[in-house]
Design a protein around this ligand. Structure first.
Ligand SMILES: Nc1ncnc2c1ncn2[C@@H]1O[C@H](COP(=O)(O)OP(=O)(O)OP(=O)(O)O)[C@@H](O)[C@H]1O
Ligand SMILES: [Mg+2]
Length: 256
C-alpha cells in the first residue's frame, strides 16, 4: 500500500514547494589523514525546497554520512558552497555553526541519543535550553511536542522506561520542539522493529503533510519509498534523483 503511494507520488511533483532550504553547489569534501587525501564528495549539486520529503540512499562508503554532516552543519566543505535556509554556511566558525544548527535543524539519529537520566520532557526541552528559552515556556513547549508524537501520558518517564519506538518518538519530539526549518534523520528506523518503524514513518508522513521539510538517510528501500523524492549517492556523486526523473517525464510528456 505504501509502495503504491510512493510510486504514485514519487514520479510526479505532487505539490508546489516553497523556498530552497538546502542549496549545495559543486560541493567537494576531501578528508586528509597525514599525506593521504580522500575525496568523499566529488562535486555535488543539490537543492531541497521547503516542505519536501527527501530520502538519501546509497551503498556503504558512498558519502551519505559525509553529506549529512555537511547538511547538518556538523562539518564544512573543502570547496563549493552551502546555503541553509538562505544563510551562507561556508565561512562560519564553530560557534556560528552551532547556532545555525540549533535554529534550523532538528536531528533524529539511529541510536535515539537521549540522555538516560533525564525524564522525557527534560530530553525534549534541551534544544530550547541551548536557544535560551525561559524555563516555564520550555516545559509547556516540550509537553506539546510530546503530545504531538502521541506520548502525552509519558512526560515523566525516563528513556529506560520506554520502548524503542517510544524513545524514537521522544527524539522526534526533541527534533520538533524548536520548530526547525528542517528535520534531518540518519537511519531513524535502523534500530526499530516493524511496528515502531511504521509509527515513526507515520509521524514523518504527518509532519510532511503539515509542510515540514524532511531529509532522511536510509539503507532500506521500503523506508525511502515513503519519501516523495529519492536521491541516490554513489562514490561521492549524485547518481539519481527522482525529482529530475519527474522533470524529464514532464518534458517527455509535453513533447509527446
Ligand atoms: N574522517 C575521515 N577521514 C578519512 N576518510 C573518511 C573520513 N570519514 C569518511 N571517510 C571516507 O569517506 C567515504 C564516505 O564515507 P561516509 O561515512 O560518508 O559513507 P556512508 O555512505 O555514510 O557509508 P555507510 O553507509 O557505511 O555509513 C568512505 O570511503 C570513508 O572511508
Ligand atoms: Mg554513514
Amino acid at each position: 500500500m505504501t509502495t503504491t503511494r510512493a510510486i504514485a507520488n514519487g514520479n510526479m511533483p505532487d505539490k508546489e514547494y516553497g523556498e530552497p532550504v538546502i542549496e549545495l553547489t559543486a560541493a567537494r569534501k576531501v578528508y586528509r589523514s597525514g599525506t593521504i587525501e580522500f575525496e568523499a564528495l566529488r562535486g555535488v549539486d543539490l537543492e531541497i525546497r521547503q516542505g519536501e520529503y527527501v530520502a538519501i540512499m546509497g551503498p556503504s562508503g558512498s558519502g551519505k554520512s559525509t553529506l549529512m554532516n555537511i547538511l547538518g552543519c556538523l562539518d564544512t566543505l573543502t570547496t563549493g558552497h552551502y546555503r541553509l535556509a538562505g544563510h551562507d554556511v561556508d565561512d562560519l566558525d564553530e560557534a556560528e555553526l552551532a547556532e545555525i544548527r540549533n535554529k534550523e535543524i532538528g536531528f533524529v539519529f539511529q541510536q535515539f541519543n537521549l540522555l538516560p537520566s533525564l525524564e522525557a520532557w527534560r530530553n525534549v526541552e534541551l534544544p530550547l535550553m541551548y536557544a535560551r528559552v525561559p524555563g516555564h515556556e520550555r516545559r509547556a513547549r516540550a509537553e506539546r511536542a510530546l503530545e504531538r508524537v502521541g506520548l502525552g501520558s509519558r512526560f515523566v518517564n525516563k528513556p529506560g522506561e520506554l520502548s524503542g519506538g517510544q524513545q524514537q518518538r521522544v527524539a522526534v519530539a526533541r527534533a520538533l520542539v524548536g520548530e526547525p526549518t528542517m528535520i534531518l534523520a540518519d537511519e531513524p528506523t535502523g534500530n526499530l522493529d516493524s511496528v515502531s518503524t511504521e509509527d515513526v514513518l507515520g509521524l514523518f508522513d504527518e509532519l510532511h503533510d503539515l509542510g515540514r521539510t524532511i531529509v532522511l538517510i536510509t539503507h532500506e528501500l521500503e523506508v525511502a519509498q515513503r519519501a516523495r523524492r529519492i536521491v541516490r549517492v554513489k562514490d561521492g556523486l549524485i547518481q539519481g534523483d527522482t525529482a529530475e526523473g519527474a522533470l524529464l517525464a514532464t518534458v517527455a510528456g509535453g513533447a509527446a
